[in-house]
Design a protein. Structure first.
Length: 239
């Protein structure tokens, strides 16, 4: 597959498709730009469209009755938003919100379901991606319970960088605290520790990753566990 669709960096799932399968989808693929804070799907809402990020990053967020939020998964160029469409549930209990703005590819849910039901490579890729995303969600749950905030923040920043392939992340500490399910003051302290160590530079609304190797050494084991599982499940399919 080409590394470009209409001038946008290709989503890795779409790029891994055989030419015949991609050509069936191509007339239905729409290049769009997702804005930061844009809500793509609410809990219980039937999904009529799916999204394949290329430069955008989407958070899957669990919302409590008191309004508090915690991120349960991240979707970047390695994956897609819309698992319930082909798994048969049609909706989910999570909110999907754009965390880092950028390009994506939109596809009608019925078109995706039809191609999935053919039983070809797309079906195999999406089922493997489902397992990878489940690993991410379950590991995140353990991480939030077991690890210190600076290690969790380092893990989260590395994952975000992997999603958008950029060293500068346009994020606020308030937003990060909501995603990590912790107080903003805790994120402020953790970000200060990472900044003093020369790993990141934080200015209002923007975090720059300066030393990825040091950030990896600081991150908890969860970053490596999730990344290794994505590689095990999908790398051979996406190479």
């Amino acid at each position: 597959m080409s590394e470009d669709i209409g001038g946008a960096t290709v989503n890795q799932l779409l790029a891994a498709l055989p030419l015949e399968e991609y050509q069936r989808l191509a007339p239905h693929l729409e290049n769009i730009y997702l804005m930061s804070g844009e809500v793509l799907c609410e809990p219980g809402e039937t999904m009529t469209e799916v999204y394949f990020p290329t430069l955008a990053m989407i958070s899957l967020v669990s919302i409590m009755e008191n309004g508090s939020t915690t991120e349960v998964g991240l979707v970047g160029k390695e994956g897609m938003l819309g698992l319930p469409v082909f798994l048969g549930g049609n909706s989910t209990t999570s909110r999907a919100i754009v965390q880092i703005e950028g390009s994506a590819i939109k596809l009608n849910a019925n078109v995706l379901k039809s191609e999935f039901n053919r039983g070809g490579e797309l079906q195999k890729l999406l089922l493997l991606y489902t397992q990878a995303l489940f690993t991410q969600a379950s590991q995140n749950a353990a991480c939030n319970r077991q690890h210190h905030i600076e290690a969790r923040l380092a893990r989260w920043l590395l994952t975000a960088q992997d999603c958008v392939m950029a060293d500068e992340l346009h994020l606020t500490q308030e937003f990060i605290s909501q995603m990590l399910g912790t107080r903003r003051s805790g994120v402020t302290v953790a970000a200060g520790i990472l900044q003093q160590a020369g790993m990141i530079r934080y200015t209002r609304g923007k975090i720059s990753i300066l030393d990825r190797h040091a950030l990896q050494a600081t991150a908890c084991e969860c970053y490596r566990a999730i990344k290794n599982e994505y590689i095990r499940l999908l790398k051979s399919k996406q190479s």
